[in-house]
Design a binder for this molecule. Structure first.
Ligand code: EPU
Length: 417
């Protein structure tokens, strides 16, 4: 994907089916390495980050084959290498899960520094702290993170200093095959943490408390390969819910877990949308008279930082002053200048953005600086009068399966080049 071209101003209507969760899949695929066997993972999103991960697993010696676009069979029996390197490792953030997974299986791991979106610093000190308390030493040299447990991994009590999705999952991966019991306190509670724990438990692990802020793990000797289905993507679902709001449309977002959407649902209702919830769908009806609100991002169950750029785009088109506070990342408002190019009136001071609306957005040439920033531009372009050309659309393809077809199905005038 190089460019996305959108002729905006159409009210989107109809229904859209949500794909499997990117951030669950990116943890679950590395987790399959823990079993010397075959696992089949279903409901994977068909996106670039998954393809990179498959390339990495194959480079380690796993045999991977797609049974269809969303089902991947992974035979991890013959993995012998514990060094992950190369372009794909450097391109995605989730390659850090290879540290926990390989450390668990081989008691040693070497992984090139991961990539991913640039939100200022993305430290891994909490991952390393967890590994250290389990008995591993981590060093960094020549762009390679090395971690090894010469005397094996032993269970421990780990209190994370910050709530981190990556550290929670990585420490969980390392602890499931450690000797004895581990407690992880101040854990992340995101749905993908729970999904990863569910997979590991199905593989034979003994993990309790995932989804709360204390996870207890009793180490086991061995795990087995399994068939597992990934949960729906909370952030993709939220992006289409906001698409209904920003175009004044009426969209039913299907194949989701509505409870995962609560913080967004509450905000859309507060802004004036009508929202109807079913067992596995949410219908959002926008309106031309939405009002701005205040949003603060927080770890789950707070408002997700990965929907912050999208709700900021919406807020710019609504009446009044909206204050968006980013509590998770140091520098996640870099995309605001691109929204302003489309006519938004947004000012940023550190971790706070203020929207003054309603702004009449008009099409222009803009650049997707990262994945969710790209999603925010797509949403703004759907609202904007005239044509918007979004460069670096590859960023959007990292996280949104078939965005062209899905938006066309809702009536958008969109072309992906
Ligand atoms: N942090 C530390 N030390 C650490 C780890 C994290 O200080 O060792 C801090 C970070 O600097 C940040 C906060 O803790 O301020 C939360 O970071 P977290 O570790 O939770 O983020 P992550 O695991 O690197 C995942 C998602 C991101 C999402 C965040 C927060 C994946 C592959 N990435 O990143 O998703 O923003 O959690 O929910 O799961 C996206 O999908 O667009 C995306 C960027």
């Amino acid at each position: 994907m190089e460019q996305i071209i959108i002729n905006g101003g159409k009210k989107l209507k109809g229904s859209v089916c949500i794909s499997g969760a990117k951030n669950a899949a990116l943890a679950i695929i590395p987790a399959t390495i823990l079993a010397e066997g075959v696992s089949t993972i279903e409901n994977l999103p068909n996106i670039n980050d998954i393809k990179h991960l498959v390339i990495i697993l194959e480079s380690l010696g796993a045999k991977c084959s797609f049974l269809n676009e969303t089902t991947l069979k992974i035979d991890a029996t013959n993995i012998k290498k514990y060094r992950a390197e190369g372009d794909s490792v450097r391109k995605i953030r989730a390659s850090y899960y290879l540290l926990g997974a390989l450390l668990s299986r081989f008691k040693a791991a070497e992984v090139e520094m991961p990539g991913g979106c640039d939100f200022g610093g993305r430290p891994t000190d909490q991952h390393e702290k967890g590994f250290k308390l389990l008995g591993a030493t981590t060093t960094m040299s020549h762009g390679l993170i090395k971690t090894e447990a010469l005397n094996g991994l032993q269970g421990s009590n780990i209190l994370l200093d910050v709530v981190s999705v990556g550290a929670t999952i990585n420490v969980m991966l390392a602890a499931v095959l450690a000797e004895g019991s581990t407690t992880i306190e101040n854990c992340a509670r995101e749905p993908h943490v729970v999904d990863t724990a569910n997979l590991l438990n199905m593989m034979g692990a003994d993990i309790k408390g995932a989804g709360t802020n204390v996870i207890r793990i009793n180490g086991v000797k061995k795990l087995k390969g399994v068939n597992y289905t990934i949960i729906p993507d909370q952030i993709e679902a939220g992006t289409y819910m906001i698409a209904a709001a920003i175009t004044g449309g009426d969209i039913t977002v299907k194949n989701i877990i509505p409870q995962h959407m609560d913080p967004l649902t509450a905000k859309l209702v507060e802004m004036g949308c009508e929202v109807f919830e079913g067992d596995d769908y949410i219908r959002v009806r926008g309106s031309e008279n939405l009002t701005a609100a205040n949003v603060r991002t927080l770890a789950y169950p707070g408002f997700p930082t990965d929907l912050q750029p999208q709700i900021t785009a919406l807020m710019a088109t609504t009446d009044g002053i909206g204050v968006i506070t980013e509590s998770v990342w140091d520098n996640r408002f870099q995309y605001v200048s691109e929204l302003n190019r489309l006519g938004a009136n947004i000012t940023v001071d550190g971790r706070i953005a203020v929207t003054k609306g309603p702004s009449h957005l008009t099409g222009a040439k803009v650049t997707a600086i990262d994945l969710r920033a790209g999603a925010a531009l797509v949403l703004a372009a759907l609202n904007a009068e005239g044509m918007t050309v979004i460069d670096k659309a590859v960023q959007v393809g990292r996280g949104y399966e078939n965005i062209e077809q899905k938006l066309k199905g809702l009536g958008a005038d969109i072309t992906v080049i």
